[in-house]
Ligand binder design. Sequence first.
Ligand code: MLT
Length: 404
Amino acid sequence: MTTVNQSLINMPKTYLFAEIARRVSEFSAANPSANLLRLGIGDVTRPLVPAVLSAMHAAVDEMGTAAGFRGYPPYEGYSFLRDDIAKYDYQQRGISISADEIFVSDGAKSDTSSFIEILGLENDIAVCDPVYPVYVDSNAMAGRAGEPDGEGRYRKLVYMPCTPQNGFVPLPPKKTADIIYLCYPNNPTGAVATRQQLKQWVDYANERQALILYDSAYEAYITEADIPRSIFEIEGARTCAVEFRSFSKNAGFTGTRCAYTVIPQTLCLNGHSLHALWMRRQSTKFNGVSYITQRGAQAIYTPEGAAQVRENIAYYLQNAATIRDGLRKAGLEVYGGTNAPYVWLKTPDNQLSWDFFDRLLTQAHVVGTPGVGFGSHGEGFFRLTGFGSQEVTQEAVSRITANL
Ligand code: MLT
């Protein structure tokens, strides 16, 4: 008899953003004239920038010629893109990462969720709470998280509370964690980690031979000069950390799909190179990102591409500031929105996150994300994104404040 994956059966029936989409479409079907403003999922809305478009068009033309046609891309990505990533995202910022430590992929979501495949089943795993649900769900699906308890917390995971009291940056746990997921600028709270805080984590990981899986998909949103953009700015990180980056949120590639993962050649666990193991995994399971897409991604490293992308980031950050300042003015307790596209707010009158979600949906016709969907310490919080248009953002803030 064929059986199914029991770990998957034990999980909540839907992924957070799928559940939100379900509730929203149910509401829309019942209220077809409602003009919904969507600040829920962190999906970009500005079109691809001209430099990316022209690079992609040129690549399409090349692919239509005998000389320019390309079949399977290299598993680790084309060297033209990896060279530029190494040069502009790392070396020019004084960070020692070389092109041969970079793996181009179709998303930080797929890489952060697949990376555990090269790690042992017996590892203790630590996650922030609240957390980007992909880290938890992918471990749960793989049977690594144990059973969920009554509150949906998995017994084998170490949850590290992220609260206003610790600025949403946890201290390393007393108990040893072998695999630690960190995401800064943080999704969902919009918080950032300082150099000193990351140094504590790197020292902890090196002392215990633990591994930090560092998601810096939102690094382009950092506005404060002293905040590290990469874990590899921290001394010692090359022996304990892997970094995940994405073109989704900086260059609008959520639909186009391109990202990369950095695995230092110096990173070994029990004498095994993680770089070699990831290459082994990728070459079996992944056939790379299309030439056209990689040429498009490369264009953001040209002077005009970089300027165009910066303009989009500034646009989204302005939206985040509109939300942050507008809601603060209305008396809400609000976090984030300065070095991140996300604004994290305390619900008024301590409402439960899903109750506030329903209230905003039904009364203000605004869609956000309930904080509890990111973990139990997100209960009583709510997330809004700066990824809408300026008009939608301003209108959403007026509607929310009118409905408090
Ligand atoms: C989010 O809203 O948290 C993000 O869109 C999720 C993602 O990037 O996969």
